[in-house]
Design a protein around this ligand. Structure first.
Ligand code: PMP
Length: 404
């Protein structure tokens, strides 16, 4: 069928669905994935860097030798074997002493956010989040009918005074702070060591829970990333992560490390949601972590992404019109650019697509429609040459818009 279909069901939708609109990013993916378009838009890891033959063999064995469990239903919390492995993985980020009993396996990092939102948010509740923040988290908070208040960042991440102000503005009503302290998506900045303590102190004083989202912490290009918030404080911090960026997003395996008392509720919510995470995907991750050189693979990803980040930053330096600024990430997948006065990243998008380059307009990362002078640029997926070509096309479009 072609053309648009009329939606006769709008009056029947639940209230939480009525405000939902298609994410700009999703809509862009269709166009951006055409081969002639250089996509700086996505957030896909470079899966071609995985030893796919070896992974294939491992998956075959998982079905042939362990099919009785790996193709069966599992338990809501996730397998003990994987939760033990997850605790070991977290020690590499500096989170020690976590009990497998306090880990809940989720369907990607996305379900982790959804469970926490369902657990804590009533309609009208306030969530504090960095401005800009992860588009998928905005979708979750919107589905929960919560209000997102953005807290400003600078090159050192979340600004403590801005957080204090935001807490005060809502009279201490906010339910939690949602934060991506390390190699933030989309801004590419990292909360400094000193500010980590400050932010935790502020939250503790205000009785504000912290949801720490850490998909990128292991993808550091310059030494180790600062310790996660959860490694510094246990109480009141919910730590979420995923194997999507360190292994493979197609498996959809993530987790929450939650204070013990809360873990049971999370499991019940997950059971109501998905019964149990995929036993096969969990088996795959467990086997990968126990039989394959996963830390080496992360080093491979880091090397590739560092080279690509350098290529993107170099191209921006050489080719962007005067007045453009951008962040210099020390890990992760994204650069956040600020356009010269007068340019509008959302309005410019159709011209960029016509020039065969795609990015994500900054507006997708704010709940309040701001971000028109920003764009997110991804460097994990395209080769250094393609990145440079993408920036060349993009700067051409910007020059044209500036001349209009
Ligand atoms: N949180 C952040 C900050 C992310 O960038 C992503 C993925 N882009 C997720 C959560 C979701 O991770 P997953 O793909 O494992 O669901």
């Amino acid at each position: 069928m072609t053309g648009t279909t009329q939606d006769d069901y709008t009056d029947r939708y639940a209230r939480r669905v009525r405000g939902m609109t298609t994410s700009e990013i999703r809509a862009l993916f269709a166009v951006a994935s055409r081969p002639e378009v250089v996509s700086l838009a996505g957030g896909s890891p470079y899966i071609a860097a995985l030893p796919l033959d070896a992974v294939g063999e491992m998956l075959g064995d998982l079905a042939a030798q362990q099919g009785a469990t790996s193709l069966q239903y599992g338990i809501g919390q996730g397998t003990v074997e994987l939760r033990e492995r997850i605790c070991e993985v977290m020690t590499h980020s500096g989170i020690t002493g976590a009990s497998p009993d306090d880990v809940v396996v989720t369907v990607g990092g996305q379900q982790a956010l959804d469970l926490l939102a369902r657990l804590f948010l009533d309609p009208g509740d306030v969530v504090l989040a960095e401005g800009p923040t992860y588009v998928g988290a905005l979708g979750v908070f919107q589905a929960a009918q919560a209000q997102v208040r953005h807290v400003a960042m600078d090159a050192e991440g979340l600004i403590p005074a801005a957080l204090e102000e935001a807490i005060a503005r809502d009279g201490g009503r906010a339910k939690f702070l949602y934060t991506i302290p390390t190699f933030q998506n989309p801004a590419g900045v990292t909360l400094s060591e000193q500010r980590r303590e400050q932010i935790l102190d502020i939250c503790e004083r205000a009785g504000l829970l912290v949801v720490e989202d850490d998909p990128y912490g292991m993808l550091s290009f310059e030494g180790d990333a600062p310790l996660p918030l959860r490694a510094r404080r246990r109480e009141g911090v919910f730590y979420c992560s995923t194997f999507s960026k360190t292994f493979a997003p197609g498996l959809r395996v993530g987790w929450i490390l939650a204070p013990h008392a809360v873990r049971e509720k999370l499991v019940m919510m997950s059971e109501a949601n998905v019964l149990c995470p995929s036993a096969f995907a969990q088996g795959a991750v467990t086997k990968y972590l126990s039989t394959m050189p996963w830390q080496q693979q992360i080093k491979v990803y880091r090397e590739i992404y560092r080279e690509r980040r350098d290529a993107l930053l170099g191209a921006l330096e050489d080719l962007m019109p005067a007045g453009t600024t951008w962040t210099r990430p020390t890990g992760g997948l994204f650069v956040w650019a600020t356009l010269p006065e007068g340019l509008d990243s959302k309005a410019m998008m159709p011209r960029a697509i016509a020039a065969r380059v795609a990015y994500v307009p900054g507006t997708g990362f704010y709940a309040d429609g701001t971000g028109r002078s920003n764009m997110r640029l991804n460097f994990s997926f395209s080769s250094p040459d393609r990145l440079r070509e993408g920036v060349r096309r993009l700067s051409g479009v910007m020059e044209q818009d500036l001349a209009m």
